[in-house]
Design a protein around this ligand. Structure first.
Ligand code: ADP
Ligand code: MG
Length: 594
């Protein structure tokens, strides 16, 4: 048997290298730490220079408070920090750093140079360190503020250097880090230069809208809605995309907790809840959420990179976020009603994209249904439905406008036996009555379920359904909830069920098919609620499969009004559009009449 080795206290340089492994995973992590320090130093400008994906150089300069000669030496000591003095301070931390280990860790695994000067002092100090050993300390003439240059990261830890990815991959991470930081601080100016190319020049004093537009020039801003809500000391602001603007992953969801970019898996569930039924499965919204709460209510000291945070009252936070998102997504109608300058003739709209007004103004002006994705020629002739609609030219439907995105509208007819064509004061709108019906039904069922106001419609004669043992087991687990929704449902032998009532709104569907569909959707025992709602969505769709193409005008009108009163009128529960708006302005452009 081998003799156990002696227990030893590790020397500092080894500890620093180990710590470096935690704090400094890759060049982007170095950049993150240096940016945090620069921001904590309170300057207005930050200049970032990157070479070779950060493997060769990560340099960050700021015009902040600077460091005197003694402080320069202390700054690279492990656990040396000016930001906290004891453990309690972490509770009320309002700086980005506090662990006092970043500079020491970075300097341990690179060729490191720091020069700095507090504005009040004549000369600055320059310090160079290689692999954790101070090489030089001297006076240097330099502008007020601090510059930290990190070269040849991991040059002395070959095992780690080997794990660095290609410069292109590392550059991607660097850009992401830069972008999230710049987004978190619109009031600070930032430059990013990579391999001698200027990538971003972001002026100081930006508003969030201006910063967003600089960082995401390609984003479809017509589909973003602002958020702003405060409840019990938690405030949520920023922007969220309407369901029409979505993507396959969560990579464009940015959360900032007290100004700190943070991973917030806690919040995924409430995002999901807010968008449930309006986004197709597997699609995610764009989010830029700024959450501000009492520093004591959040624990940022969970992980060395401080990326993950923990909330003392996650429920409250989720509730506030869900409400803020819900309000933002329900905005299109009311936002227009609140517009102090209602557009009378639609032709007075500003020219498309001639200039980009401030985002909120722009958003208000655009708070209409999702923009048209493809304008197909009207190949099918208009076939009028019903004759009793008001004559064109005069504003008919005088009050129909309440809660609608238009001042007036009239139903012209259908095309393709499927889509309803509307003339509006803004141009043209197309309605998919089938999708609209799904949306209306879905929300009404959910409301009944949540408010426990379910109305059940008894069947003329009860029906039995025979299920597979698996499906029967699932249905049994969801039985209670389904009854709450208005299903008259009972076990009837081994794997059979008897149905004697359906929720109001679903009474026209085939009860057997409906129950089978729902059983198939209730998979895991724990997932009951979400999957039940999902089941309702499907159920609503089945019910909506009624022919909607031959509805008389009055019914279409009623449907439209119900749709526009819905929480999320512009998509069906699967995320397909219900209403497509084509403005006169767009038509003019298409016909070359600008
Ligand atoms: P922390 O940020 O957790 O305190 P760091 O190792 O990142 O630890 O930095 C150590 C200390 O060095 C900081 O507390 C701060 O006093 C000082 N410092 C680092 N960077 C700067 C900077 N850019 N400007 C002014 N002071 C700085
Ligand atoms: Mg720091």
């Amino acid at each position: 048997m081998q003799k156990p080795r002696q227990i030893r206290v590790l020397p500092d340089h080894v500890i620093n290298k180990i710590a470096a492994g935690e704090v400094v995973e890759r060049p982007a992590a170095v950049l993150k730490e240096l940016l945090e320090n620069a921001l904590d130093a309170g300057g207005r400008w930050i200049d970032v220079i990157i070479n070779g994906g950060g493997r060769d150089l990560v340099s960050v300069s700021d015009d902040g408070c600077g460091l005197g000669r003694d402080e320069v030496l202390l700054a690279v000591e492990r656990h040396a920090t000016s930001k906290i003095t004891d453990l309690d301070d972490i509770e009320k931390i309002n700086t980005l750093g506090f662990r006092g280990e970043a500079l020491a860790a970075i300097a341990a695994v690179s060729r490191f140079r720091l020069y700095s000067r507090p504005a009040a002092e004549q000369a600055g100090t320059e310090m160079t360190i290689s692999a954790g050993k101070i090489q030089d300390l001297r006076d240097l003439g330099c502008p007020p503020g601090t510059t930290v240059e990190v070269r040849n990261l991991f040059f002395n830890v070959p095992a780690r250097r080997k794990f660095l990815r290609t410069p292109a991959t590392e550059s991607g991470h660097i850009r992401h880090t830069f972008l999230t930081t710049a987004l978190a601080r619109p009031e600070t100016g930032f430059n990013l230069t990579m391999d001698r190319r200027r990538i971003y020049s972001l002026p100081a004093g930006d508003t969030l809208e201006q910063r967003l537009r600089s960082l995401f020039p390609g984003l479809d801003y017509t589909n973003l809605r602002p958020l702003d809500l405060e409840r019990q000391g938690v405030s949520v602001s920023g922007y969220a995309s309407l369901p029409a603007l979505n993507r396959a992953d969560r990579s464009e969801q940015y959360f900032f907790i007290n100004g700190r970019p943070a991973a917030a898996p806690t919040l995924w569930a409430c995002v999901q809840a807010a968008y449930r039924g309006s986004l197709p499965a597997g699609r995610h919204p764009y989010l830029f959420l700024f959450i501000v709460l009492n520093p004591g209510a959040v624990d940022v000291n969970v992980h060395p990179t401080k990326r993950e945070v923990r909330f003392h009252d996650p429920r409250l936070l989720r509730d506030v976020c869900t409400e803020a998102l819900g309000r933002a997504l329900a905005q299109p109608g009311p936002a227009r009603a609140a517009d102090p300058t209602p557009s009378t003739p639609a032709t007075t709209h500003p020219p498309a994209a001639a200039s980009l007004p401030a985002l909120d103004h722009f958003l208000r002006a655009m708070s209409t249904p999702p923009p048209v994705r493809s304008a197909r020629p009207l190949s099918t002739p208009l076939s009028a439905i019903g004759g009793a609609h008001p004559c064109p030219g005069r504003p008919p439907e005088p009050s129909g406008a309440a809660g609608t995105p238009w001042n007036w509208y009239q139903i012209l007819g259908t095309i393709g036996g499927r889509f309803v064509v509307l003339e509006t004061d803004e141009g043209l709108a197309l309605l998919d009555p089938h999708a609209a019906h799904e949306r209306v039904l879905y929300e009404s069922l959910l409301r009944q379920y949540r408010e426990r106001t379910t109305a059940a419609q008894p069947l003329l004669s009860p029906i039995t359904v025979e299920l597979t043992p698996t499906d029967a087991g699932r249905l049994r687990r969801g039985l209670e909830a389904l009854r709450q929704m208005g299903f008259g449902l009972d076990e009837f032998g081994e794997d059979a069920f008897i149905i004697d009532a359906l929720p109001v709104g679903l009474e026209d569907s085939n009860p057997g098919t409906l129950v089978r569909e729902i059983a198939a959707l209730l998979d895991e025992p724990g997932a009951a609620r979400a999957t039940l709602e999902e089941g309702v969505v499907r159920a609503a769709c089945h019910a909506a499969v009624k022919a909607t193409h031959s509805l008389p005008t009055q019914q279409i009108d009623a449907l439209l009004k119900q749709l526009l009163a819905a929480e999320m009128p512009y998509t069906c529960p699967h995320g397909r559009p219900t209403l497509i708006n084509i403005t006169l302005q767009e038509l003019n452009r298409k016909f070359g009449r600008d």
